[in-house]
Design a protein around this ligand. Structure first.
Ligand code: TGC
Length: 389
């Protein structure tokens, strides 16, 4: 029963519908079968398993909360539950789903023409077309308004893009890139087939985090695009920021998955590890660690469910997403690190997940708005004072 589940002390599962629970269980089984047995090898070898992309499409995980155009059309809560279960496997695999669905597909879904939506979204939902989302630049991370990439409109209506992007998930395996660039009218989004001359994506190597995932540098050198490559329905930073809202929302759920997995691994280990003739769980310090973890997992999951209900009701404000993104990343990384302490020296190997999760969460707390950016977004909301500029 729920009261005997240490990962769900308050029976938060009782807040979910049967349909939501069924979806959660399907994704959990997929993670158990396809991710858990392989993740240590993928992580150590810095391998993103491309064969899993179509499997995720078949499971309805790509663009899963988007309606129409061959997308699964699931609720925000279901999308969140899927993110949580995937990230219990590995943040890198959840990131793939976020980049494909929340960023690339959602940019096309929100701001594309009918022709663009029909051309790309059905194939992206199936995992036949991979997308990426280029906003961040080598010198523009937290402050995308300062981007240096430009799109110049030519006399015949075509566009020429020049510039560079950095930390772009999946770019080297993507078929289509959503590139945000400064134009004379403001920031616009462009759909760039990655085989366009002048487009180069190079994976960033020697990462200590997100090793089962790909992040790239992109170079754009006189990339020529037809007039219809622009996303017609938005001008200005609210375009990419609206997509970031979707990804940040998924992250708040996902982070709790990494935390839950670390908690469960640490609990199991501590129950079975005898020192001084008794299990680690018989020590008060171990119990305090486990209790603190369990409380934060409960709070963070409750926060995610409430945020999801607001999103499904259509009333969610971006500032409310910052609450969950900031809190849940911050608490999750603390939980994973604490879990590692309970594993002793064994915790520094890939045999156990907590340090892998903690390393991944270094990226998760940094991308889609750092802890500092979300603190300042909330600080502005609470005080009315803008502290960015
Ligand atoms: P600000 O003046 O506040 O806003 C500019 C315009 O944007 C609108 N806006 C939003 N719209 C929708 N949702 C939001 N969350 C929005 N936030 C702002 C705003 O209303 C305004 O619209 P308009 O019509 O008046 O022009 O802009 P600012 O430059 O002062 O913003 C400050 C700040 C710090 C909040 C913002 O720059 C920010 O959020 N920075 C963090 C950037 C970030 O999260 N970057 C991550 C990029 S992710 C990526 O590139 C790929 S990572 C995944 C991967 O590929 O693996």
């Amino acid at each position: 029963t729920a009261t005997t589940d240490p990962s769900d002390l308050l029976d938060l599962a009782g807040l979910l519908t049967d349909e939501e629970l069924a979806l959660r269980d399907r994704v959990r089984s997929f993670v158990d079968e396809r991710i858990r047995p392989n993740i240590a090898e993928w992580y150590e070898g810095a391998i993103f398993p491309t064969e899993i992309v179509r499997e995720m499409g078949e499971l309805g995980l790509l663009g899963m909360h988007l309606q129409g155009y061959g997308c699964p059309g699931r609720s925000a809560v279901e999308y969140g539950l899927a993110a949580l279960e995937l990230e219990a496997g590995d943040s890198g695999l959840r990131t793939f789903v976020s980049v494909q669905g929340s960023l690339a597909m959602s940019a096309i879904h929100k701001f594309g023409s009918e022709e663009q939506k029909n051309r790309y979204l059905p194939g992206m939902a199936k995992g036949e077309i991979i997308g990426c989302f280029g906003l961040t630049e080598p010198t523009a991370g937290s402050d995308p308004a300062s981007m240096a990439t430009t799109a110049t409109r030519n006399a015949d209506g075509s566009w020429t893009l020049n510039g560079a992007k950095r930390w772009i998930g999946l770019a080297s395996i993507a078929d289509i890139a959503v590139i945000w660039a400064a134009t004379d009218d403001g920031i616009r989004g462009f759909l760039v087939p990655t085989d366009t001359p002048g487009f180069t994506a190079t994976p960033i190597e020697q990462k200590l985090s997100m090793r089962a995932s790909i992040q790239c540098d992109i170079d754009l050198e006189n990339v020529e695009l037809p007039a219809e490559a622009v996303l017609p329905e938005v001008t200005g930073l609210k375009g990419p920021f609206s997509c970031l809202n979707e990804a940040r929302y998924g992250i708040m759920w996902g982070a709790m998955g990494a935390a839950r997995d670390s908690f469960e691994v640490a609990l199991d280990y501590a129950q079975n590890r005898l020192q001084f003739d008794k299990p680690l769980t018989a020590y008060q310090i171990t119990q305090e660690k486990l209790v603190n973890m369990a409380l934060e997992i409960q709070k963070g999951t409750l926060l995610a469910i409430q945020t999801g209900r607001l999103k499904d009701a259509g009333t969610l404000e971006p500032v409310q997403i910052s609450v969950g993104k900031l809190n849940n990343c911050r608490e999750a990384i603390a939980i994973c690190r604490e879990a590692r302490t309970m594993l002793g020296g064994n915790g520094i190997t890939l045999e156990y997940s907590p340090l892998r999760h903690a390393n991944n969460l270094e990226s998760v707390r940094t991308y889609e708005g750092t802890d500092e950016v979300h603190t300042l977004i909330l600080g502005r909301h609470i005080t009315g004072e803008q502290a960015f500029r």
